[in-house]
Design a protein. Structure first.
Length: 309
């Protein structure tokens, strides 16, 4: 029998983890005639009772494996740890908050059996705020400038992969991991399925605007040099406009003897140029910072406790 590995990163999910397992188990029971399974819960340094509840669930289901981090390392580290420890012929990643509906798993298995290497979910954005949708669209437009990867709008981490795809992902040893980009970069035959945009079943979201913005910046700088190109183009345009303005002032002074006061315009120009320079330095700092983290070679995560026997 083939084996299905189910990876579930979890951080402070005590309010929903039992309900999630119940829903997931209902789906698993429908496929156990054809597939063995393992559920790998990655406790990302939770500060509540998530780990204790996972241990209680394991008392009744020895197919549950638990990896507990020494602190919160982030979802990217959680997914990476799950992939490294997964033993299945097929591997699926989904969140514990039930925004990723386990009911989609049988359909994903069906497409894998048909010959696809990856099945990726795309959520529609019904009910999402216009501001959030606008920033999301801007992110995908910027990422579209990178021809090495193809990120579909609304694509999620909720996806199923074959063992070959998982191994290709694990072969990439970079520290700054943006999994959506990595999943796309490795290629393989991919099937996209649209799913409903669901709310959390319980608990509070761990994502706020600043975290989402930071995540978007990490994604852009990990897989695209578009910000550097924008900085270069902006600098070139401003330099040309400045040169034209300087020539205009010289001509006015020599030909018409006109003394240009220009105090306000000078201040505005200085402030504008200063702002552009700081933005450019900030963009460069993002890339230099990533190089710095890569060179240090620190581990993606530290395991405090592992229960898989």
């Amino acid at each position: 029998m083939k084996k299905l590995s189910i990876i579930v990163p979890a951080y402070n999910e005590e309010e929903v983890i039992e309900l999630f397992y119940k829903k997931l188990k209902e789906v698993i029971d429908k496929i156990t005639e054809k597939y063995e399974y393992e559920i790998i819960f990655v406790d990302d340094g939770s500060k509540d009772n998530t780990l204790d509840k996972l241990k209680k669930l394991r008392e009744n289901d020895k197919n549950i494996n638990i990896i507990s981090f020494s602190r919160n390392f982030g979802k990217e580290a959680g997914m990476y740890a799950g992939l490294k420890n997964a033993k299945g012929d097929m591997v699926v990643i989904l969140d514990a908050d039930l925004q990723h509906d386990p009911e989609n798993i049988p359909q994903m298995i069906k497409y894998i059996e048909e010959g696809y290497d990856t099945v990726t979910t795309i959520r529609n954005r019904k009910g999402e705020s216009k501001v959030k949708s606008w920033f999301s669209n801007m992110f995908y437009r910027i990422m579209a400038g990178n021809k090495e990867i193809e990120l579909k709008k609304g694509s999620q981490d909720f996806r199923m992969m074959t063992r070959q795809v998982v191994q290709a992902i694990l072969d990439l040893k970079e520290y700054n991991r943006f999994s959506k980009g990595i999943f796309s970069w490795v290629g393989f035959k991919t099937k996209y399925i649209e799913v409903e945009n669901k709310k959390r079943a319980a608990g509070k979201t761990k994502w706020n605007f600043m975290k989402l913005f930071r995540y978007a910046v990490d994604g852009i700088t990990s897989f695209s040099v578009t910000p550097l190109k924008i900085a270069t183009i902006s600098g070139s345009i401003i330099s040309i406009l400045s040169l034209i303005f300087a020539i205009q002032i010289v001509i006015q002074t020599l030909m018409m003897g006109k003394d240009v006061p220009g105090y306000a315009s000078t201040i505005i120009s200085v402030l504008f140029m200063g702002g552009i320079q700081l933005i450019t330095i900030g963009i460069l700092s993002e890339y230099v910072g990533k190089i710095y983290l890569e060179i240090k070679g620190r581990p993606q995560y530290i395991i405090k406790e592992k229960i898989d026997e």
